[in-house]
Structure formats: C-alpha cells, structure tokens
Design a protein around this ligand. Structure first.
Ligand code: AMP
Ligand code: MG
Length: 428
C-alpha cells in the first residue's frame, strides 16, 4: 500500500464520525478497485452456445471472409453491368443459381442468370436486378431489366462483413449475443473464455429470517441475499449461498475464514458500519486486510473492500437500496474485472431535470432513484423518486435507473442537465 493510502486507512479506522471530505470519493473508490484488482479466473473452452455472458480469454480473429464470396442480396437476375448498358436491359437467361449451389461456371458473355438471395454470383457478374422490377420473357429464356441500376447494385461483396484475420473480439470482452453472431459467422464452434468466478454470498443480522418462513415481531425477511443472487444470476459467476449469519463476531470470523478458502470473492451485506452490533469491519481487520471502508456516496456510506488471504472481500451496506446501488456501482465491475473483463463503466445519459431540489450536501456524490418521463411535447425529462430512504425497496422497481449528482452540486433546478444511468446499463 503506498504511504498516502496507509495514512488514509489508519485515519479511517480511528475516526468513527468521519466528515464527507475524509471519506473516499466515488472516483477514488473506482480507481482503487480498478488498480487493485486483476483477473483471477482460469480459462476454459466452451461450446459457442454456452459462451454468451462469459468473458473472452483470447482474441478471436475471423477464420474466413464473411461472406465467403460475392453473392446476391435479393431474388432476381445477375449480369455484368456493361452488358446491361450495351443491350438496353434485354438479356438472355442462361443459368439458374440458388443459395447453397456449388459455384457455377463463369457468366456467359452478354447474358444474365436467374439468381436467389444468398447464391454465389458467377464470375463476370457484378450487378443484380430485383425480380419484382424485371419482366421475364420467352418462358424464362430472357429478361428485361429496367434502366437506372447502378453497377454493383444488390450484390454483397466477399469479406464486406469480416475479412479473414479481422479481429471480432479481443480478450477481456464480455460476450454479447451480437459477438456470438459474428463468431458463429466466422465458423467457430467453441471459444476460449474465462471460467466462472466462485463467489460466497452471506447476509448478516439477528433480525433476518429466510423468506417462506414465519417471522415474529422485530424480524424482517432477508432481502439482500435474494436480491444479490438475482443480480449475480446474469453474471459469469457461481454462487455458494452461505445463508444468514447472526451478529456474532466468532461465527462471522469462522464463516468468512472458511469461505475465503475455495472462493475467489465473498460478498456480505449488513453489519458494516460502526454500531455495537456491526462486526464485519473488525472481523475483516482481524482475519484479513481492509482497503476501503467509508465512501462519500449516498446511498452507501459504509462499504468495505478488502481481502482475506487471496480471497477478495466485499462488505455491502445492510439497507437494501444502498446494497443494490453499491453492488451495481462497485462490485459488479469489480467482479467482471476479477473474472477477466475490461473495467465496465455504465453509460450516462444527460437529461433535463423535471424537479427542483433546494439543497444538496456538497462533497458527496448522490445516486437518486429516478425515471424518464415525457412532457406534453414528448420531450424526455428526469423525475426523481419522491422519497430518499435507503430502506424503501419498492422505489427500486418504481424507478428506471439512477440519477447521478456530483460532489459539487448543491441544488437542482428544473431544466438542469443531470446524468441518468438506466438499470439496463448494469445488465439488468
Ligand atoms: P446494518 O448495515 O446491519 O446496520 O443494517 C442496516 C439496515 O438494513 C437495518 O435496518 C437492517 O435491518 C437492514 N438489513 C440488513 N441486512 C438486511 C438484509 N439482508 N435484508 C433486508 N434488510 C437488511
Ligand atoms: Mg445489522
């Protein structure tokens, strides 16, 4: 750890009433995660159909030209444009070529061939006329093609999509269905990807009960573990569910030490602040190393990041909204990085605010639940979920994403441009 960070870590430890200016800022936390985390996952070869959502382990270069040969984009007639001009569009039809036919011989000089979509163009033909525009004559023995066709019309050139040797995707790419399409078109039946990260998931709190069971007064249903499992379901990870832990430092210590063997990362929620019943931070300090704890971010102040032996540890806030926001902003990209991917930054869409906020604390970055609405003229504007509480879980599905408000902002007026991050930017 560089000396500046050691100083910061010690100060964070000693002061339980940190001012926002002493907490780590959003971009500092991202930089720390980006710089500290390197891929941990091994690679494996997978059938193409199992590779979407996985992270590519090697560059994939096209094995062939796509398409492999010039071919017709329509059903119609193929010919040489020079013949079409010379013969005023009246050409004898001397062959028929359908998609998948073995390459025909060269075009007979001064003639056309009947051709269908995807069929390879005969040598000598460079242009295709759509059948709807042509008049077949002599029982199909000749065709009249209307004037005005440009050379090369309706012809797809060999290699116009991919040339042999072109890079389709580089190592560290998170594979989308779009990549799978191109990789399939280049002929690969299997590809090298990083293996799934092994993640241990745990909730902490004496008040928590597993959904599906009766709850007595004072108990609440464990929300975070199920929300996190659903968030992780779309990622290249394999989750071990360690259930709910009581607020008992001995049990927490034993469980986390055990989980650190055999998992690449542990994700816990709850118990990460400074209260008497919060044991995550002290446990982490006892059995591992802490690299980050307090963030100048709302929601989400207490978020811990550290390691227990070689296992990465993430301690999320207990409030479900803060838990989800911190997962999406910090842990999702961190897990993808550990899994072999490039750092994933969500796209921000600047949109005018449709609301006023008289006062916002400076020095702190805030992420408000919000959604896009349209005014009477159809213009989009941002609306903010009315209540801020970090425990208001229903605000998560009533919103379409997060409105990001920077540290320097102290008020918002209608019409101010604010950055919106739709949930879809986090793959959900
Ligand atoms: P803590 O971080 O443990 O102080 O928890 C903060 C708030 O989040 C408390 O109201 C907890 O009851 C609540 N909480 C903690 N863990 C969970 C969980 N897994 N599901 C739902 N609420 C939780
Ligand atoms: Mg608690």
């Amino acid at each position: 750890m560089p000396p500046s960070e050691q100083g910061r870590a010690r100060r964070l430890l000693d002061d339980c009433f940190l001012h926002d200016k002493d907490r780590m800022r959003h971009h500092e936390a991202l930089d720390l995660l980006k710089n500290r985390l390197a891929p941990l996952a091994d690679s494996e070869t997978l059938p193409l159909d199992q590779a979407a959502g996985r992270i590519l382990a090697e560059n994939v270069l096209s094995r062939r030209n796509v398409p492999p040969a010039d071919n017709s984009a329509v059903d119609g007639y193929a010919f040489a444009h020079a013949d079409y001009l010379a013969k005023d569009g009246h050409l004898p039809v001397t062959a028929r070529i359908a998609a998948g036919d073995a390459p025909a011989g060269p075009l007979e000089a001064g003639s056309a061939v009947r051709i269908f979509t995807g069929a390879t163009m005969p040598d000598g033909a460079d242009t295709v006329a759509m059948q709807e525009d042509c008049r077949s004559q002599d029982d199909g023995g000749a065709v009249t093609i209307p004037p005005g066709l440009k050379p090369g019309a309706n012809r797809r050139k060999a290699g116009e999509d991919l040339r042999q040797g072109d890079t389709i995707a580089t190592a560290a790419t998170l594979l989308t269905p779009q990549h799978i399409a191109s990789i399939a078109s280049a002929g690969f039946g299997e590809i090298p990807v990083f293996g799934r990260l092994r993640i241990a998931l745990v909730s902490g709190g004496n008040e928590l009960v597993e959904p599906g069971n009766p709850a007595r007064d004072g108990q609440i249903y464990d929300t975070n573990r199920h929300m996190l499992k659903a968030l992780l379901a779309g990622m290249p990870v394999e989750v071990s569910d360690l259930g709910i832990l009581p607020d008992d430092p001995a049990i927490i210590g034993k469980t986390l030490s055990g989980a650190a063997q055999g998992h690449h990362a542990i994700i816990s929620s709850g118990g990460t602040s400074r209260g008497e019943e919060d044991h995550i931070v002290a446990t982490l300090d006892g059995i591992g190393k802490r690299h980050l704890w307090q963030l100048a971010v709302k929601p989400g102040r207490p978020m811990s990041f550290g390691q227990i032996d070689d296992c990465v540890f993430f301690g999320l806030p207990g409030n479900p909204v803060a838990c989800m926001v911190c997962f999406l902003l910090y842990i999702r990209p961190a897990l993808l990085r550990l899994g072999g991917a490039d750092w994933q930054e969500p796209m921000r869409f600047p949109l005018p605010a449709g609301f006023d906020i008289a006062k916002k604390k400076s020095g702190r970055r805030e992420f408000w639940r919000g959604k896009v609405e349209h005014d009477d003229n159809g213009k989009p504007r941002l609306e903010k979920f009315a209540r801020d509480g970090s425990g208001l879980i229903s605000g998560l599905w009533q919103s379409g994403g997060l409105i990001e408000v920077g540290e320097d902002v102290t008020a918002v007026s209608q019409g101010d441009l604010l950055d919106f991050i739709p949930w879809s930017e986090f793959g959900i």
